[in-house]
Design a protein around this ligand. Structure first.
Ligand SMILES: Cc1cc2nc3c(=O)[nH]c(=O)nc-3n(C[C@H](O)[C@H](O)[C@H](O)COP(=O)(O)OP(=O)(O)OC[C@H]3O[C@@H](n4cnc5c(N)ncnc54)[C@H](O)[C@@H]3O)c2cc1C
Length: 277
């Protein structure tokens, strides 16, 4: 058992089986790895591109017996070099790591995602089968809605309520995700809210949850170096996001003045949330 746990920390190579264009700027990369396949919703892997860097990525494990995936938005150096990989290429992973969403026994659930934040929420939806779930997700415009077809089919098959929002109104409601969540929360009471996406969006969802006196779980993003709670690059309030999170509850979030306000750049300096590296 201890030996198995230590194995998690050693980067292992995986060969890409298939790559899917999900939106113009987001691709999913699928490979076989029985360890990552068993990750809990909200856990992450450290993905290493030798000579470039290593970054955390949410794990998606919703198909097959050993398949796992990462879903990558093209941006800076690491994400771009991953994005350009082809089937048959190798990359290196370690993990899964981190404190996942707690699935609990709540029955009436609101799930709110934005951008690649939808990735851990898909695994969560699979765990929530049979419960009364409403999912809200959005994007700037229709062709940027991530996993649209999968969600439409899954919502029909597993009977959950699905609400899309786009900023330009090209699909679903012409509105921003927190506004749609606010409307939903004015009409219905939920036992718990689960969210992942851009931090300003999650802060609004957290505030709505506090107003509605509703339990909330939020998955935070920070710079992770070690990924295992040693280097403290991801310190926030009294917590290390990689080790104590990335998923936190309202009690923990209330002890983080940084939540929704500041983060640390690559040197560890505190900077406003929206500022670059
Ligand atoms: C728990 C968690 C889950 C994530 N899941 C996803 C996901 O599913 N899909 C996705 O596209 N992104 C995800 N991210 C974000 C991802 O880790 C990178 O921040 C993102 O890919 C940006 O990298 P980049 O190469 O585009 O660099 P830029 O944002 O341009 O940053 C420049 C450089 O800074 C360093 N850097 C940037 N972000 C981080 C980081 N978080 N930790 C350590 N070093 C960093 C890297 O060297 C990077 O090349 C997740 C982050 C966290 C914390």
């Amino acid at each position: 058992m201890e030996e198995n746990r230590q194995q998690l920390h050693i980067p292992r190579s995986v060969r890409l089986d298939r790559i899917v264009d999900e939106t113009p700027s987001i691709r999913s990369f699928w490979f076989s790895d029985t360890t990552l396949h068993q990750a809990s919703p909200g856990q992450f892997a450290m993905v290493w591109i030798p000579g470039v860097d290593e970054v955390p990525m949410s794990v998606l494990a919703i198909h097959g017996k050993s398949e796992a995936g990462v879903v990558i938005k093209k941006g800076g150096p690491v994400s771009t070099s991953l994005w350009e990989k082809k089937p048959g290429d190798l990359f290196w992973i370690r993990g899964p790591y981190g404190h996942p969403y707690s699935v609990g026994h709540h029955q009436k659930l609101l799930v709110v995602g934005g951008g690649t934040g939808l990735v851990p929420l898909l695994s969560l939806l699979v765990h929530f089968r049979g419960r009364d779930v409403t999912l809200i997700t959005g994007a700037r415009t229709a062709n940027e809605l991530l996993f649209k077809e999968w969600l439409i089919n899954d919502s029909k098959e597993h009977h959950f309520k699905l609400l899309f929002a786009t900023d330009d109104g090209t699909y679903g409601e012409k509105n921003q995700v927190p506004k749609v969540a606010e409307e939903v929360l004015q009409k219905e009471q939920f036992d718990a809210i689960y969210t992942c996406g851009p931090e300003p969006m999650m802060k609004k969802i957290y505030d709505l949850a506090m107003t509605a006196h509703c339990h909330v779980q939020v998955s935070l993003e920070r710079v992770f170096k070690c990924g295992v709670g040693i280097c403290a690059a991801c310190v926030i309030g009294p917590y290390l996001v990689c080790h104590d999170g990335p998923v936190f509850t309202e009690r923990e979030l209330s002890a983080m003045p940084e939540f929704g306000n500041t983060r640390r750049d690559l040197s560890g300096k505190k900077i406003p949330l929206g500022a670059g590296h």
